[in-house]
Design a binder for this molecule. Structure first.
Ligand SMILES: *Cc1c(COP(=O)(O)O)cnc(C)c1O
Length: 371
């Protein structure tokens, strides 16, 4: 989890070194293991029904991290709902080639259909009286708690780097810039601050789909239909963790604005930022991280910024290559490293094994009860 210093005021916290090359590995893996522990120990079991069924809706990235996090664990089955033909080929491989306790459900619809289905079955009392059900989306606090830790580790590395470069010690409250979609990552940062981490301010870096910048300006959170952007994992209009943030601040917008600023970044600016950062520093960033860097460069707040890098650039190869005008081959030592199952030729060759379903609650019911 290295912190990279690009210049005195711009630092990148690389959170993408896990098995699916996304920061989501931190939350998903911790949660999966914690749940497996509780599901396997009878003294902790909440109900007398054995085994736990996990439902997760994904637009691409969450599914891979959750599938990999739960893969092979005992007493847990995970059902990943993803929109048919709307995730990248590699994302689909991460979700649908594992097998064992990971069931890939290919929904004939879009991400909203997947999310609607997941919510519908999770809220169904009749189904819940028959089987143990839980969610693995970032609405589950089990994913956010482990994410608090990298804010502390990033901060400690930041102080160390500044010391080793002989930079001013007084700037110990850096600004954290968080590329945000459902605001789980940023909520974890707020938790870190509440338990004592000195942070100057949070900047929520979002793409043009987010309703949050408008909410901070006017107090109205409008729900718009989302459109695909280059930072696809952040294509969220109404973030599922926003209720949590409102609750943390007692619903007071001025208090939220004191801690959080939101900056929206267009696709053109995202691409330009990837290109500029590569030209200036020889450093390659993915489109989601680029939204963060663009916000860090644009904000009027002065002082050092730490941008959370949420995905490994090669995961969004097409966008990055077209922005920098160059191929980005994967270093062979990286491709071979056991953890990087996503990049290995093995997963590229694996066959997909998904169940195609209509976006109907009854179909999902049947599958959950028969598996
Ligand atoms: C999920 C995701 C985000 C957004 O994170 P939230 O916690 O939903 O705000 C940003 N970047 C990448 C690469 C992601 O996969």
């Amino acid at each position: 989890m290295p912190l990279v210093k690009l210049d005195e005021n711009l630092y990148i916290l690389e959170l993408f070194h896990g098995p699916t090359l996304s920061f989501k590995d931190f939350g998903a893996r911790f949660m999966a293991r914690a749940m497996s522990y509780y599901a396997s120990n009878s003294e902790h079991r909440i109900s007398n029904r054995k085994g736990l069924n996990i439902i997760v809706a994904t637009s691409g990235d969450t599914g891979g991290a959750v599938a990999s996090g739960f893969y092979g664990l005992s007493n847990i089955k995970v059902f990943v709902l993803y929109p048919s033909r709307r995730v990248s080929e590699l994302q689909e491989k991460q979700i649908a080639t594992l097998g064992k306790n990971v069931v890939a459900l290919e929904v004939k619809g879009d991400f909203d259909d997947c999310q609607r289905l997941a919510k519908a079955v999770l809220a169904d009392p009749k189904l819940r009286s028959k089987i143990n059900l839980s969610s693995a989306n970032s609405i589950n606090i089990g994913r956010l708690l482990p994410q608090m830790f990298y804010y502390f580790l990033g901060h400690a590395q930041y102080l160390g780097l500044r010391k080793s470069y002989g930079l001013a010690k007084s700037l110990d409250r850096p600004v954290f810039v968080v590329p945000s979609g459902n605001f789980g990552n940023l909520t974890a940062g707020l938790f870190a601050e509440r338990v004592g981490l000195p942070i100057g301010k949070f900047i929520a870096a979002v793409n043009t789909n987010s309703g949050v910048p408008e909410y901070l300006r006017s107090g109205k959170l409008k729900v718009k239909k989302t459109r695909p952007t280059l930072s696809s994992a952040m294509d969220v209009g109404n973030p599922s963790n926003w209720a949590r943030i409102m609750d943390l601040y007692g619903g007071r917008r001025d208090a939220i604005k004191g801690d959080i600023d939101a900056i929206a970044v267009s696709d053109a600016e995202t691409k330009k930022t990837i290109r500029d950062i590569y030209k200036k520093f020889g450093y390659i960033i993915d489109p989601h991280t680029a939204v963060g860097v663009a916000a860090a460069l644009r904000t009027k707040i002065s002082g050092p910024k730490i941008v959370l890098a949420t995905a490994y650039p090669a995961k969004f190869k097409e966008v990055v290559e077209s922005a920098i005008g160059k191929k980005i081959p994967l270093p062979p030592q990286l491709a071979r490293r056991a953890g990087f199952e996503f990049c290995s030729p093995k997963i590229q060759k694996k066959k997909k094994q998904s169940i195609v379903i209509e976006p109907k609650k009854e179909e999902l019911h049947k599958i959950l009860l028969n598996r």
